[in-house]
Design a protein around this ligand. Structure first.
Ligand code: DAH
Length: 357
């Protein structure tokens, strides 16, 4: 019996894996195992012999069982330790930053401008990009013979054969949304309309598709003074500076009377734009008091209501703020450009959180 004990304890401690252990268990304690066979021999013994052999065999069985269980646990621990050795991870290493995509500067600037005007009580309005020539021209006091029609390099859509309505156009500006919005909601109103516009033109500062934002404020007593304050507040917030000088330059648009182009004081010293200082002036938008004929065309009584409108190029103010030299690159979908000029999707522009940080 002492031989058996020494043999099995030795074999068990040398077992290298769980299947060897299981084979040893069967060999010792299984139905036909060596120890089980000896148990069977007990029946043949005298009662005296059995009294010492019986407990000794039971003790041997228990001892081998415990050795098997202990070895099985030890093998499990060793396997886990081996796995932990290969799977360790240094959590103190810096993360590998991989930006998946970016927000296009046009989207970013549209959000920035919207946040600024929303804060001054302007709602966002939209209109179709394929527009009738009535909304794009006539209702804005640009009749058929008006030179502005030719100047705009309009894309005309073709009509089906037999359809003799005037051709639809790709809207050349966001101004038609003024008309649609006043038709739908009347006065008073305060809206901005960002969106795509189209003109047949292509060079460093022109692309056939670009973006504008239109502003419109109509009430009983709105004047150019309100326009000036709103634009000053806008320019300060947008360029993130405390002080700006703006200048109204007399101009002409068919849909406003009087009309003005608006310049901001700036400096180009060292090749970078600084807004609010210096001796240069930079044109940023067209504006004026909405022409009575435009109010009338939109179903608003010009003897009761008046107000201002303005139109601004989103692409242009994006180029100015973010130092982007060529407009055409906006629409090339070059990943290197997008990674360089794009914005993090998590940095939503707000006046409180910061527009561009
Ligand atoms: N629609 C003009 C353009 O595309 C911009 C503009 C000028 C809009 C004056 C206005 C405005 O609302 O009052 O050039």
């Amino acid at each position: 019996m002492t031989d058996l004990k020494a043999k099995y304890l030795d074999l068990i401690s040398g077992a290298g894996d769980e299947s060897t252990l299981e084979a040893l268990r069967v060999q010792a304690l299984g139905k036909k195992g060596e120890i089980s066979l000896q148990m069977r021999e007990l029946g043949k013994m005298t009662p005296e012999e059995r009294q010492t052999a019986g407990p000794a065999l039971n003790a041997l069985k228990d001892e081998i069982n415990s050795a098997l269980i202990a070895k099985k646990a030890a093998l499990g621990d060793a396997a886990l330790n081996a796995r932990l050795q290969t799977e360790w991870l240094d959590v103190t290493l810096p993360t590998r930053y991989q930006r998946q995509g970016t927000i296009h500067p046009i989207s970013q600037v549209t959000e920035e401008v919207t946040a600024i005007f929303a804060d001054m009580g302007f709602a966002v309005a939209e209109g179709p990009q394929v527009e009738s020539d009535w909304y794009n021209f006539d209702a804005l006091n640009i009749p058929g013979h008006h030179p502005a029609r030719a100047e705009m390099d309009t894309f005309y859509m073709s009509r089906a054969e037999g359809d003799d309505r005037p051709p639809a156009v790709l809207r050349t500006h966001t101004s038609p949304v003024q008309i649609r919005s006043m038709e739908a909601s009347g006065a008073p109103t305060r809206i901005i309309c960002p969106g795509r516009v189209y003109r047949a033109d292509y060079d460093q500062t022109h692309t056939p598709m670009f973006h504008q934002i239109e502003g419109l404020a109509i009430d009983k007593d709105i004047s150019m003074a309100n326009l000036k304050w709103v634009l000053e507040e806008f320019v300060k917030a947008y360029f993130e500076v405390d002080h700006v000088d703006i200048r109204f330059r007399a101009s002409h648009f068919p849909f406003t009377e009087p009309s003005a182009e608006v310049d901001i004081r700036c400096s180009w010293e060292g090749g970078t734009l600084k807004v609010g200082e210096g001796d240069d002036w930079l044109e940023i938008l067209g504006s004026g008091m909405v022409h009575p004929k435009v109010l009338q065309a939109a179903g608003v009584d010009p003897t009761q209501w008046q107000g201002f409108a303005f139109g601004m190029g989103i692409d242009r103010i994006a180029m100015l703020k973010y130092g982007i030299p060529d407009l055409r690159a906006f629409f090339d979908s070059d990943l290197r450009w997008l990674r360089h000029y794009g914005f993090s999707a998590l940095d939503v522009p707000t006046l409180r959180g910061g527009l561009s940080r």
